[in-house]
Design a protein. Structure first.
Length: 111
Protein backbone atom coordinates (compact mmCIF):
# COMPACT_ATOMS: atom_id res chain seq x y z
CA UNK A 1 0.00 0.00 0.00
CA UNK A 2 1.45 3.34 -1.02
CA UNK A 3 0.85 6.56 0.84
CA UNK A 4 0.67 9.77 -1.06
CA UNK A 5 1.81 13.00 0.59
CA UNK A 6 -0.14 16.10 -0.32
CA UNK A 7 2.24 18.80 -1.59
CA UNK A 8 -0.29 21.52 -2.36
CA UNK A 9 -0.30 24.72 -0.32
CA UNK A 10 -4.09 25.01 -0.08
CA UNK A 11 -6.81 22.56 0.80
CA UNK A 12 -8.66 21.29 -2.26
CA UNK A 13 -12.30 20.37 -2.55
CA UNK A 14 -13.29 17.36 -4.60
CA UNK A 15 -15.27 18.07 -7.72
CA UNK A 16 -18.53 19.84 -7.16
CA UNK A 17 -21.42 18.53 -9.24
CA UNK A 18 -21.37 20.07 -12.70
CA UNK A 19 -18.53 22.49 -11.92
CA UNK A 20 -17.03 23.34 -15.33
CA UNK A 21 -14.75 25.77 -17.13
CA UNK A 22 -14.99 27.33 -20.57
CA UNK A 23 -11.91 28.45 -22.44
CA UNK A 24 -11.92 30.41 -25.69
CA UNK A 25 -8.68 30.68 -27.65
CA UNK A 26 -8.37 32.98 -30.68
CA UNK A 27 -9.47 31.18 -33.85
CA UNK A 28 -10.53 28.06 -31.94
CA UNK A 29 -13.87 26.71 -30.72
CA UNK A 30 -14.94 27.16 -27.11
CA UNK A 31 -13.52 24.33 -25.01
CA UNK A 32 -15.48 23.14 -21.99
CA UNK A 33 -14.05 20.84 -19.31
CA UNK A 34 -15.02 19.36 -15.95
CA UNK A 35 -13.23 20.56 -12.84
CA UNK A 36 -11.73 17.69 -10.81
CA UNK A 37 -10.77 19.71 -7.74
CA UNK A 38 -10.58 23.33 -6.75
CA UNK A 39 -9.05 25.62 -4.16
CA UNK A 40 -9.02 29.35 -3.61
CA UNK A 41 -5.87 29.63 -5.75
CA UNK A 42 -6.10 26.80 -8.29
CA UNK A 43 -8.04 24.10 -10.04
CA UNK A 44 -7.56 20.81 -11.87
CA UNK A 45 -9.22 20.61 -15.28
CA UNK A 46 -10.10 17.19 -16.70
CA UNK A 47 -9.14 17.21 -20.40
CA UNK A 48 -9.59 14.15 -22.68
CA UNK A 49 -6.21 13.07 -24.02
CA UNK A 50 -7.62 13.27 -27.57
CA UNK A 51 -8.61 16.94 -27.20
CA UNK A 52 -6.94 19.34 -29.64
CA UNK A 53 -6.79 21.76 -26.69
CA UNK A 54 -3.74 19.91 -25.34
CA UNK A 55 -1.81 20.80 -28.52
CA UNK A 56 -2.65 24.49 -28.07
CA UNK A 57 -1.42 24.98 -24.51
CA UNK A 58 1.89 24.91 -22.63
CA UNK A 59 2.96 24.97 -19.00
CA UNK A 60 3.35 28.58 -17.76
CA UNK A 61 0.90 29.86 -20.43
CA UNK A 62 -1.62 32.43 -19.16
CA UNK A 63 -5.26 32.05 -20.23
CA UNK A 64 -8.64 33.62 -19.56
CA UNK A 65 -10.97 30.96 -18.15
CA UNK A 66 -14.66 31.17 -17.29
CA UNK A 67 -15.54 29.11 -14.21
CA UNK A 68 -19.16 27.95 -14.17
CA UNK A 69 -20.53 26.99 -10.78
CA UNK A 70 -24.17 25.86 -10.56
CA UNK A 71 -23.91 26.27 -6.79
CA UNK A 72 -22.80 29.91 -7.10
CA UNK A 73 -19.61 29.32 -5.11
CA UNK A 74 -16.25 30.89 -5.87
CA UNK A 75 -14.56 30.88 -8.23
CA UNK A 76 -17.37 31.82 -10.58
CA UNK A 77 -16.89 34.12 -13.56
CA UNK A 78 -13.87 35.01 -15.70
CA UNK A 79 -10.37 34.61 -14.28
CA UNK A 80 -6.82 34.90 -15.54
CA UNK A 81 -5.02 31.61 -14.84
CA UNK A 82 -1.55 30.17 -15.42
CA UNK A 83 -1.07 26.55 -16.47
CA UNK A 84 1.10 24.87 -13.84
CA UNK A 85 1.18 21.28 -15.08
CA UNK A 86 -0.31 18.83 -17.56
CA UNK A 87 -0.41 15.40 -15.96
CA UNK A 88 -1.52 11.99 -17.22
CA UNK A 89 -4.01 10.35 -14.90
CA UNK A 90 -3.48 6.61 -15.01
CA UNK A 91 -4.73 5.70 -11.54
CA UNK A 92 -7.95 7.62 -11.17
CA UNK A 93 -11.61 7.17 -11.89
CA UNK A 94 -11.02 9.13 -15.10
CA UNK A 95 -9.73 7.16 -18.08
CA UNK A 96 -7.69 8.52 -21.03
CA UNK A 97 -7.50 12.05 -19.65
CA UNK A 98 -4.95 14.64 -18.63
CA UNK A 99 -5.25 16.82 -15.54
CA UNK A 100 -4.39 20.41 -16.42
CA UNK A 101 -3.48 22.17 -13.19
CA UNK A 102 -4.03 25.91 -13.22
CA UNK A 103 -3.18 28.63 -10.73
CA UNK A 104 -5.76 31.37 -10.43
CA UNK A 105 -3.99 34.72 -10.82
CA UNK A 106 -6.84 37.23 -10.69
CA UNK A 107 -10.51 37.78 -11.38
CA UNK A 108 -11.18 39.73 -14.55
CA UNK A 109 -13.60 42.60 -14.36
CA UNK A 110 -16.37 42.82 -16.91
CA UNK A 111 -17.67 45.92 -18.58
Amino acid sequence: MSTRTEKRNANRQPQLNNYRVEIKLVGEPIYQFKVADISQHGAGLVVPETSAFLNLIDVEQVLDVTFISPQGSEPDGVYKVKIRHITELDHSRYKAVRLVGVRILQRKTTG
